[in-house]
Write a protein that binds this ligand. Structure first.
Ligand code: SF4
Length: 351
């Protein structure tokens, strides 16, 4: 996969663009002014794989909570601010590592200059984030609705305001709630500028439908080499956003970590409770000891082939099972015995 090298932007020590790995972001859904709840959630997000976290900053209480939050977390914090540039300036002065703010919404050149001067002094990058639901009226009229073209024009208009002030430490996101428009907008933006792109399908919804939308939208762009950082946007627990983001990166081959399980869907040929065994393997293998590809296959049809391709794999038969390690047949025997040996061998490979 060829990734276009984008301008490099650093967010609290984490690089975006410039050839750096694609980073995982998420957003808290606590009241930001409630420091204890926000910190607790950020720590959970961090454990789920989140590398940069965003919190909404919508009043002075949120701004004042920033130092106490920063003191207790170890990943960069982004302040999500709309319309009020004074909150953005307050957040930057309190130490946030990035702001999400659209400068075109300030409506006053002096205020823009004040915002940009503060961002420069505090070395804080700005993400310009345009969503289909918040495209300005003039663009909606010009393009006949929140089309990909309208969203890209809107984003580049905000970016141009920063450029006129000599500010280039910018990241861009352009999100729609449907996959084709999101993908089209990012492709256009990728061709038209060299700022790092923050990927996401916004307001993707709930459960399996949201996971599918996000995976296809973000995954297809990543496979085209587009995207420098990403947020999966789900209704519900944000820890699931971070976990899903990590799985998307692994599925498209941009990350190799944790346990990747290859298991068959089973069919009439399968004589064991494969689902139960897969769940056991997933629960018992440590996720933080590096990468291991584990194949667990229900019968001899595709079993040995897949098992040979994994770091370690097991193919079940009617009363026996065979285990392969790095493509070589390692051992075989009665089901119960071999499953225990297989699990132990996988654990040993991670130690
Ligand atoms: S590997 Fe065997 S049991 Fe599993 S789905 Fe394929 S044919 Fe069915």
């Amino acid at each position: 996969m060829l990734r276009k090298i984008k301008r490099s932007v650093t967010v609290g020590g984490v690089q975006m663009g410039g050839g750096s790995p694609v980073t995982i972001q998420s957003m808290t859904n606590t009241d930001t002014a409630d420091v204890a709840a926000t910190v607790e959630q950020i720590k959970r997000l961090e454990r789920a794989g989140c590398e940069i976290v965003r919190a909404s900053v919508y009043n002075e209480d949120c701004v004042n909570a920033i130092p106490a939050i920063l003191e207790r977390i170890s990943i960069p914090l982004v302040a999500d601010i709309h319309f009020d540039h004074r909150l953005a300036i307050g957040a930057m002065k309190k130490g946030v590592h990035k702001i999400r703010f659209n400068p075109g919404n300030i409506g006053n050149a002096a205020n823009v200059r004040e915002l940009v001067a503060c961002a420069r002094d505090c070395r804080v990058p700005i993400r310009v984030g345009v969503n289909a639901g918040s495209v300005e009226k003039s663009m909606l009229e010009r393009f006949g609705g929140p089309t990909p073209e309208a969203m890209v024009e809107s984003a580049l208009k905000h970016v141009a305001i920063l450029e006129r002030e000599g500010f280039y430490d910018t990241v861009i996101s352009i999100k729609a709630s449907n996959v084709p428009d999101t993908a089209a907008a990012y492709r256009m933006a990728d061709m038209r500028c060299d700022y790092p792109l923050h990927l996401g399908v916004t307001e993707a919804g709930l459960g399996a439908a949201a996971l599918v939308k996000s995976s296809i939208g973000i995954g297809s762009l990543l496979l085209e080499g587009i995207g420098d950082t990403l947020r999966v946007s789900l209704t519900g627990d944000p820890a699931l956003e971070a976990k899903t983001a990590a799985l998307i990166l692994r599925a498209v081959g941009l990350r190799k970590d944790g346990i990747e399980i290859i298991s068959c869907p089973t069919c009439g040929r399968c004589g064991v409770d494969l689902e139960k065994f897969v769940k056991r393997v997933e629960a018992e293998l440590p996720k933080d000891k590096g990468y291991l590809k584990v194949a667990i296959m229900g019968c001899a049809v595709n079993g040995p082939g897949e098992a040979k391709e994994a770091d370690i794999g097991i193919a079940f038969g009617e009363s026996n099972a065979v285990v392969f390690k790095h493509g070589e047949r390692e051992f075989s025997g009665p089901l119960n015995e071999v499953t225990e040996q297989f699990l132990q061998a996988a654990k040993d490979m991670l130690n």
